[in-house]
Ligand binder design. Structure first.
Ligand code: AMP
Length: 416
């Protein structure tokens, strides 16, 4: 038997219903914020990601040659593709451009709960807006999606990678130094700073790396001093703009570094502690990517959610997902009634009532069991006696109540 590849999943109808619920909320909320949906290919020229996504993502990439000897990659993330699309086609749209997307991404990772080789992201980007307003809008969208989904327990963590970038100015490889900070390889960092003649910044960086909390910004100001005053001030202003309006519960992390190399300013993550190690459901920030991809520099800010982790949090919080079962199941009583039952089914479907009918020729009680297991709310029996009186019999599967209804009133009764 051929098995599915490690790190991939099949989704049952029940699982797809949960995912559909999440996608529906995402689309509703994004639309209501004035974002418009786009879609890009699942594979791209591999150089697109090599150019900007950072070594961590590139190591995990699925790269292959096509028959024309082009080197392609399954996308490990979507922002690079979206910005390529922007530079190629969308750059003349009125600004600010507000877009979102949903789709699969691929990374060769060690699979575990919440971490897969094929996973699904929902992301949004805001291109060409004012800095503060755009950052507030994008975080507001992310928080609203979380709330509207019904996720109860989450935390916003907020930083400004501009602070570290400023402190590392003059470094021969800023992104590598940032990586030493995020992976806590402080000896390597120390060596790099010494080689770059930046040892005087080491204490500041190490102190910042440990500072996290809702009230750390005054301390941060003291530590950073004149090295990056505007960057710290921006973080403070952003925090103020979000408080009371978007969320009061903000954890500031002045030395937050995100995995992808292209972030330049505000960075944020949303965590759900119930998920343990893979608790990060969303990550984002402002970045400079259009210029790297051959376009003009333009302020951009965005985020990406892991859709799979949204499902896991809601399951963990025992959220009751709305079901998608058919509403009405039609049962002919005896073969002679089958044709009439089909007519009833046709009428229901034409009137937008989700409905299904026996397709095996089971007896009424077996059919009732089936309708029950499918979660149908109502059953319509098409029997000879009732039919002779131009009626059918409706059974409410919740209350067990049964009553006859005239055929020409059936749609009205079922639509109520
Ligand atoms: P990133 O593109 O690494 O910033 O990831 C954005 C979001 O995608 C994360 O916050 C996760 O929720 C999700 N994510 C990233 N990698 C995986 C993975 N391998 N499996 C499932 N979700 C992932």
């Amino acid at each position: 038997m051929v098995k599915r590849p490690r790190g991939t999943r099949d989704f049952s109808p029940e699982e797809m219903e949960k995912r559909r619920y999440i996608e529906d909320v995402i689309r509703k909320v994004s639309d209501s914020f004035g974002f418009r949906e786009i879609s890009t290919p699942t594979f791209e020229r591999s150089e697109l990601f090599i150019m900007r996504s950072g070594p961590e993502v590139v190591d995990q990439m699925y790269v292959f040659k096509d028959k024309g000897d082009r080197e392609l990659a399954l996308r490990p993330e979507l922002t690079a593709s979206v910005m390529r699309f922007f530079v190629e086609k969308l750059k003349n749209y009125p600004k600010p451009l507000k877009i979102y997307y949903l789709g699969p991404c691929f990374r060769y990772e060690r699979p575990q709960k919440g971490r897969y080789r094929e996973f699904f992201q929902y992301g949004a980007e805001l291109v060409g807006g004012g800095v503060l307003d755009s950052d507030v809008e994008i975080i507001n969208l992310a928080i609203n999606v979380v709330r509207r989904l019904g996720i109860k327990s989450f935390q916003l963590r907020l930083g400004n990678i501009g602070i570290l970038r400023k402190l590392l100015e003059g470094s021969s490889d800023v992104n590598e130094s940032l990586k030493f900070i995020t992976t806590e390889k402080f000896d390597d960092l120390s060596g790099r700073l010494a080689a770059d003649g930046l040892s005087d910044k080491e204490d500041t960086i190490l102190t910042l790396a440990k500072l996290k909390g809702p009230d750390v910004l005054q301390q941060v100001k003291g530590i950073v001093g004149d090295d990056a005053p505007e960057e710290v001030e921006y973080l403070e202003t952003l925090g103020e703009s979000l408080k009371g309006y978007v969320t009061d519960d903000i954890q500031f992390e002045p030395a937050m570094v995100r995995g992808l190399d292209y972030y330049t300013g505000m960075v944020f993550e949303i965590d759900c502690w119930e998920l343990g190690a893979e608790r990060q459901i969303c990550g984002g920030g402002s970045y400079s990517l259009a210029d790297v991809l051959g376009g003009e520099a333009i302020f951009s800010t965005g985020f990406a959610f892991g859709l799979d982790r949204m499902v896991l949090v809601l399951e963990e919080e025992e959220f009751s997902f709305p079901g998608k079962a058919v509403e009405v199941y039609v049962i002919p009583i005896g073969e002679a009634m089958r044709e009439n039952a089909r007519g009833v089914l046709k009428t229901l479907r034409e009137n937008g009532i989700s409905s299904d009918m026996d397709l095996i020729g089971r007896g009424p009680s077996k059919n009732l069991d089936y309708a029950n297991s499918m979660g149908a709310k109502k059953v319509v029996f098409v029997g000879e006696d009732e039919w002779s009186k131009s009626s059918v019999s409706i059974k409410d599967m919740e209350t067990g109540e049964q009553k006859d209804v005239l055929l020409d009133q059936l749609v009205d009764v079922l639509s109520k």
